[in-house]
Structures are given as structure tokens and as C-alpha cells.
Design a protein around this ligand. Structure first.
Ligand code: GUN
Length: 284
């Protein structure tokens, strides 16, 4: 039988736990976690993501500040803002929404964020800490995927895990988190010789390619746990994932829908990282 993993419900319960912890923290210390969100330019998708992040902050009881900068902002101006936020004790997390306009170098911008406030876990210091399994923050999407896998009750240990996609934000850290839980991990990408054969080996299959419905039922083993990180549009402009849900669901033991699977988890994990950053700052 196929079980559909309800990311909306799981994310709501993670956010409720964070809300209660935040209330307790405030009662004990008088400190509220604070997240600064920077958006440069007017990318419509980024605008929706930023609005959702601000709403989650307000629902949970965090302070949040939005810095909406014009598309022609210079790198020096953006770095100056980040420097100011790095030195502001009421700001515990800094998130600069990607992608940035072409003239701004994402690597330089990420490097400028204080690693202790890097709630995306994109800074090289945090990426390195993840590699050695000694981290304060996990990148939000892979961390959310792990929560969804845990919700199935399926243990990763000893399982054949296949990650399709090798981005710095999802594929690579995803593979590392599965490895930390003793999965046997294969990373597939656009040059993989026989993608279907690799995917068919997977007990746990995580797909993050950005290609609509790329993985179909013929590519999935009976009983696999299938996690779809995609957020694409099909030929009719309808929202869909990287997995062809209709052909894969009958074979999977557990599968995430799009929307309502991984997407809501990403914001819940961002809130979790911001609370962690705040607690670390308090303990300093
Ligand atoms: N753009 C798309 N996803 C993300 C994310 O998780 N963090 C940031 N900063 N930008 C994004």
C-alpha cells in the first residue's frame, strides 16, 4: 500500500514545537529569535518564498526584518548591510534570498554572512562542519527531507539510498545526511550512464533535479520510499514535481506529493535553525 507523506502536517507540528520552545525561551530570558531576510530585485518566486518565511516568523513569535533592495544594488552596498546585520545582537539569523541579480557574486555574499548567523547553512564553514558531522545548522531542504524520512519509520541504516541531483544546496548535503545515518549512498546526475538502473536499486530515492516528472514508475523499485524535492510546471502549466507521481505512487511504500511534501518542511527547518542560532548566541 502506498502512504502519502503529509509534509504540511509534519511541518505544522515542527513549527508548533518551535513556537512553544520560543515562548519558553522568551519567558526565561526575555530574548526573541530574530531573522533578517534580504531580497534583491523583484523575482516573483523569491517574493513568494520571502513572504512565506516572514509569515512563519510571525506565526511562531520570532522577530523578522525584511530588507528589500533594488535590483541595481551594488555588491558593496549589499556587503555593508550584511556587515551591519552581523554586528546586530538582535539578529540571530541572516538569509539572503537566492538567486541574486547577475552582477552580484553569490559566493562573495554567502562568505560575508557570519557563520553563526548562517541559518541557510550555505557558508563554507558550515558546509565543512556538515562534512565532518559536527554542525549547528543543516541546510533547510535536506534537513526537511530527513524529517520526512524519519516520519515513515523506515530506518536509513544499511539502506541503498539514491540521490538524483548534485547541487550544493540539496543533492550534495542530502547525500551527506543519508551517509551520517549509515545509508549506502549513490549520487546521480546529468552524466550518469544509466539513471533508470541506478534509481531501481534505491530503497530510498530522493530526486532534486528541477526537471518535471523526470523519474517515472519504471525507474522505481517496488516498496521504495520516494522523496520529490522538485517544484516544476508540467506541459499544462500545472505545479508538479521531479517525480511522475501517478506512475510512481503505486510502486512506492511512501511518497511525497507536490505541492504539500518537501516544500513546507524547508521553512519549518529554517525556523528551527533560527531558534538554534538564538540559543547559541544566548549561551555565548
Ligand atoms: N532560493 C531558493 N531556495 C533558497 C533557500 O533555501 N535559501 C535561500 N537563501 N535562497 C533560496
Amino acid at each position: 500500500m502506498t502512504n502519502i507523506i503529509n509534509g504540511k502536517e509534519i511541518s505544522a507540528s515542527v513549527k508548533e514545537r518551535i513556537r512553544l520552545e520560543t515562548e519558553k525561551l522568551f519567558n526565561e530570558t526575555g530574548v526573541k529569535p530574530g531573522l533578517a531576510v534580504i531580497i534583491v530585485g523583484d523575482d516573483p518566486a523569491s517574493r513568494i518564498y520571502v513572504n512565506n518565511k516572514k509569515k512563519a516568523c510571525s506565526d511562531i513569535g520570532f522577530n523578522s526584518w525584511e530588507y528589500a533592495l533594488p535590483a541595481e544594488t551594488t555588491e558593496a552596498e549589499l556587503l555593508e548591510l550584511i556587515n551591519k546585520l552581523n554586528n546586530d545582537n538582535s539578529v540571530h539569523g541572516i538569509l539572503c534570498q537566492l538567486p541574486l541579480p547577475k552582477h552580484l557574486d553569490e559566493k562573495t555574499v554567502i562568505d560575508a554572512i557570519d557563520p553563526k548567523k548562517d541559518v541557510d547553512a550555505f557558508h563554507p564553514v558550515n558546509v565543512g562542519k556538515i562534512m565532518i558531522g559536527d554542525y549547528d545548522f543543516l541546510p533547510c531542504t535536506p534537513a526537511g527531507v530527513m524529517e520526512l524520512i524519519h516520519s515513515t519509520g523506515v530506518s536509513v541504516s544499511g539502506k541503498k539510498c539514491v540521490v538524483v541531483g548534485r547541487s550544493n544546496i540539496v543533492g550534495k548535503p542530502m547525500a551527506m545526511l543519508l551517509l551520517h545515518e549509515s545509508g549506502t549512498v549513490t549520487i546521480c546526475h546529468s552524466r550518469t550512464k544509466d539513471l533508470a538502473a541506478e534509481c531501481r536499486e534505491a530503497d530510498i530515492l530522493v530526486v532534486a533535479t528541477g526537471v518535471a516528472k523526470m523519474v517515472n514508475g519504471d525507474m522505481v523499485k517496488e516498496g521504495a520510499v520516494v522523496i520529490d524535492v522538485g517544484m516544476d510546471r508540467d506541459e499544462n502549466g500545472k505545479l508538479c514535481g521531479d517525480v511522475d507521481f501517478d506512475s510512481v505512487a503505486p510502486k512506492a511504500s511512501f511518497i511525497t506529493p507536490v505541492p504539500g511534501g518537501v516544500g513546507p518542511m524547508t521553512i519549518a527547518m529554517l525556523m528551527s535553525n533560527t531558534l538554534t542560532a538564538c540559543k547559541i548566541a544566548i549561551c555565548k
